[in-house]
Write a protein that binds this ligand. Structure first.
Ligand code: OAD
Ligand code: ZN
Length: 281
């Protein structure tokens, strides 16, 4: 409708002119779907629907600390399927974030993703935060002893459980992926204040179903332009009006596949040539 059109025009104008200098981007699994990594909650193809064959009491148990301590096999199996040989390539949406970095406009990209595609797209470590951790280090889930990451990966490949080297512990080893029941990556608390300074908030490819990450949009004030780019509304998953991108003077919900929406934004900004330069062949 008219007001959406107006906000979209303001968005493009603000991007083109460089008026937004502190762009904050919140991302989730939806931005990596075109790389070949399924999201979690999409009904047919999401990871949680595929986990049925694991026979878990609940699909989320695969990422739950108490469950892992007793039954680490499920997460090891998931990890083997998730960490495909050769890895995944970053998507146009990741490269759009990189483009904003090149323009000096990116304040911070807070992501829930654990796939390291931010790094692959060339986003600087100080400009993104992996709130839910990553497969970049490993430790014993019982005594926290640091364990060898490559050995963990070997065990994942072989389908065996890597256990704590302390004989009196023998806890299963897990990577620094954040499980339900654990604190977020400590980097989250360090970078969280940057969200306050947003002059544009872009939320891309997330259902906003998981706390505390889904509280981040609340740190941005009402007048700040806030845009949700997602296949579906986040209203129901986030349980109410706090993430309502569908009404309000400064809010906009653009429904669609994020890569398509991003390419449209890039075209409307006249940034196609620059964008093509940073996209891989
Ligand atoms: P979800 O699976 O909950 O949400 C992904 C969202 O992306 C959904 O709303 C989809 O409709 C949307 N989506 C899918 N493909 C898309 C596309 N091509 N373009 C645009 N949108 C698309 O994933 P997250 O919100 O990231 O945490 O989930 C949050 C956390 O829940 C994860 O980090 C993980 C999970 O449990 C932990 O494991 C700790
Ligand atoms: Zn231990």
């Amino acid at each position: 409708d008219q007001s959406n059109k107006l906000i979209y025009e303001l968005l493009i104008k603000g991007l083109r002119s460089g008026a937004y200098k502190n762009i904050v981007i919140l991302t989730g699994a939806g931005i990596s779907v075109s790389a070949g990594i399924p999201d979690f909650r999409s009904p047919e193809c999401g990871i949680y629907s595929k986990l049925k064959e694991y026979n878990l009491p609940q699909p989320e148990d695969v990422f739950t600390l108490d469950y892992f301590k007793q039954h680490p096999e499920a997460f090891y199996r998931f990890s083997k399927e998730f960490n495909k040989a050769g890895g995944y390539e970053a998507t146009p949406t990741h490269y759009f974030i990189r483009l904003l970095q090149e323009k000096g406009l990116l304040r911070i990209n807070m992501t829930q993703n654990i796939d390291n595609l931010e790094e692959k797209a060339g986003i600087n470590a100080d400009l993104f935060c992996q709130a839910h951790g990553s497969y970049n280090a490993a430790h014993c889930c019982k005594c926290d002893k640091i364990m060898d990451l490559d050995t963990f990966k070997q065990h994942v490949n072989e389908g065996t459980i890597y256990r704590c080297s302390d004989e009196s512990c023998l806890g299963p080893v897990k990577p620094t992926v954040v499980f339900f029941g654990e604190q977020l990556n400590p980097d989250f608390d360090i970078k969280l204040p940057l969200v306050h300074s947003a002059d544009l908030l872009l939320v891309i490819g997330t259902s906003l179903a998981v706390q505390p990450f889904n509280l981040l949009p609340l740190l941005v004030d009402e007048q700040t332009h806030s845009v949700l780019i997602n296949l579906e509304s986040t209203k129901k998953a986030s349980g109410g009006s706090i993430h309502d991108f569908e009404s309000g003077d400064a809010k906009l919900f653009i429904q669609g596949k994020c890569d398509d929406v991003i390419r449209q934004i890039v075209a409307d900004c006249g940034w196609e040539a620059e964008f093509d330069k940073i996209l891989p062949e």
